[in-house]
Design a protein around this ligand. Sequence first.
Ligand code: B12
Ligand code: SF4
Ligand code: SF4
Length: 298
Amino acid sequence: MMQNKIQNLLDNFTENHKDNVLPNEFNSHQIFSKIFFGIGQGSDPLFLKYKEIIGKYHFTPAELWSSFNFLPKNIHPEEISVLSFGFSFSDDIKEAGSKSQISPPELYLIARNFADTTINSALVSVQQFLDELGFNAALCNQSHLVELVGYSSSWSERHVAYAAGLGSFSLTDAFISDYGSNIRLGSIITDAPFPLSKRKIKTPYSNCLYFANKSCKKCIERCPINAINEQGHDKELCHQYGQKIAQQMMEKWGNLLKPSSRRVKGEVRQRRFPAVGCALCQFDVPCMNQNPIKNLKN
Ligand code: B12
Ligand code: SF4
Ligand code: SF4
């Protein structure tokens, strides 16, 4: 089955690929320990709903498809699939992050910085696999249509992951998958025929303990700048803290960090600091590396 072959390819990538390893300064640590994926169908009405939930600027798979040089350009939505991939950080990184309180560990920050290359490299290997079988496939983030609109993207990887049945949102906004929330996401659009992944999730917040029964607020305690409360997540505060950490990392590890850019209003712009993130709210929490709901008794 095509899915099994892709999973084998991803497992092999995780164990053996040089792009999944940190530089010598960080002891060649593994970045991701598991890559998993789900399948969303191009004709899923959720993608049209995202134009209301996120904004009119959010693209449907068929619209995204038309930005690549594939034929037919105006494909029927049912003929395309969106593969959504989750990348779970390695145990060493999770352990270091769980011990940290005020500032995330350098091990995570460097791994998050290198992760963009790792993710693209893993997705390119899947794209090549599909290409060799005679199908069209492209990395969604390579489309010139994908850009930032305020604190939102015209292709939200979390909403794509939700459509592909990988998990749900949470109190922090983070996406909680079966491998937890301490993950990154990426996606591929293709005309290869895949069966649709069944969405086991009942609501957009089903995997978060706070929404299940209010039994958890651990992420609120974990955020060093109070950017999370019972009403949700303050994106502006969170962004500012990420910038502060990035500036500190730039001063110390500027020679090692990879620069990062984003498309805004059709133009590729260099970011002021390399992307390193924060993610303290995804460490030492019940949803760090599992779906916490699975431990609840019905
Ligand atoms: C802009 C951005 C940010 C902004 C704003 C974040 C935000 N919440 O939107 C800032 C700078 C604050 C940020 C911070 C971080 N980010 Co960020 N960010 C993005 C980016 C580029 C776009 C996000 C986006 O489009 N949001 C759209 C808005 C609308 O989403 P939202 O507000 O979360 O959506 C809510 C509503 O839609 C609501 N909802 C209401 N009704 C309904 C109905 C239905 C049916 C559904 C499905 C949903 C729904 O549910 C959502 C949750 O509340 C994505 C990359 C990408 N292209 O997707 C990465 C991304 C979301 N970030 C990511 C990460 C890891 C981080 C950080 C941990 C930093 C780091 N180490 O990299 C922090 C964590 C912050 C947090 N608690 O979530 C990961 C997510 C991983 C995960 N497990 O969720 C992504 C996907 C990057 C990646 N490629 O992996 N980020
Ligand atoms: S720490 Fe608890 S409340 Fe916060 S997102 Fe995870 S499960 Fe939900
Ligand atoms: S990423 Fe950091 S600053 Fe942002 S909400 Fe989580 S803990 Fe707070």
